[in-house]
Design a protein around this ligand. Structure first.
Ligand SMILES: NC(=O)c1ccc[n+]([C@@H]2O[C@H](COP(=O)([O-])OP(=O)(O)OC[C@H]3O[C@@H](n4cnc5c(N)ncnc54)[C@H](OP(=O)(O)O)[C@@H]3O)[C@@H](O)[C@H]2O)c1
Length: 224
């Protein structure tokens, strides 16, 4: 039977590369994105189902997403949509921090909760986090909103892993690497395709024994 994956932020960057990867591997891809029209042309080529106009921070949009996939079994949910901003100490923009918390932390929790009915035993949830969410690994400071929002996502992911383990659902926090996408002005070290291949391998290896972990897409376990 064909496996099904739902990916948020699937219209570009790491999300689009993941959509392409799973499509090529024979999965049915449900591509979820905020934009529509020309911006989703590439996703349209690989998505079995395309759900446009979903801003993952908006409860009404997430309710519509829930309605549109009602009754469909998801083998994998990838919470990929995210945003990166910077804040300077001395002129901290709390609206910027709040926005990143909404997108990077609250939205993945909201989407996962909304789609719990679609995830059964053997299902998996992958939260695309960042190494910048590691408190132990922070040796350069700054990025208050991004770091805090990804650290919060890691905390949410760990609780989800504990709560969903009895239901047979495994959860991973995955750092894609420093990837050449719009988020970093295409200045990364690896391609989105390479990141997607590594992420998919980590997801493949994820089990209920390893649930709740935090990994780099190259397989390295990351410190909290
Ligand atoms: N690139 C890196 O080096 C790097 C490193 C560590 C972690 N990450 C993480 O990897 C994930 C993917 O990032 P990327 O590099 O592929 O960035 P990207 O090219 O900027 O793509 C971000 C995606 O998130 C979507 N998105 C943002 N806010 C949204 C919202 N409110 N509702 C719905 N969709 C929203 C965007 O949609 P629109 O097109 O509508 O804006 C886009 O599809 C993110 O979680 C990011 O934090 C990336």
């Amino acid at each position: 039977m064909t496996s099904t994956v739902l990916i948020t932020g699937a219209n570009r960057g790491v999300g689009l590369a993941l959509a392409r990867h799973y499509h090529a591997a024979g999965w049915a891809v449900i591509g979820v994105c905020r934009s529509g029209g020309e911006e989703v042309a590439e996703l349209r080529e690989v998505a079995e189902t395309l759900i446009e106009g979903i801003d993952v921070t908006r409860p009404d949009d997430v309710t519509r997403l829930q309605r549109e996939v009602a009754g469909r079994r998801l083998d994998l949910l990838i919470n990929n949509a995210g945003m990166l901003r910077d804040e300077s100490l001395g002129e901290i923009d709390f609206d910027s921090i709040r926005e990143q918390m909404e997108i990077n932390a609250y939205a993945p929790l909201r989407v996962t909760e909304a789609l719990l009915g679609n995830l059964g035993e053997g299902g998996k949830v992958a939260n695309i986090t960042s190494r910048m969410g590691s408190i132990a690994d922070n040796d350069s400071g700054g990025r208050y909103g991004y770091r805090a929002s990804k650290a919060a996502l890691n905390a949410f992911g760990k609780s989800l892993a504990m709560d969903l383990k009895p239901r047979g659902i495994a959860v991973a926090q995955l750092h894609p690497g420093y990837v050449k996408t719009r988020m970093v002005n295409f200045g990364g070290l690896i391609s989105a395709e390479e990141a997607a291949t590594g992420i998919a391998q980590c997801i493949h290896e994820l089990t209920l024994h390893t649930t709740g972990g935090f990994w780099h897409s190259n397989g390295e376990e990351l410190p909290w």
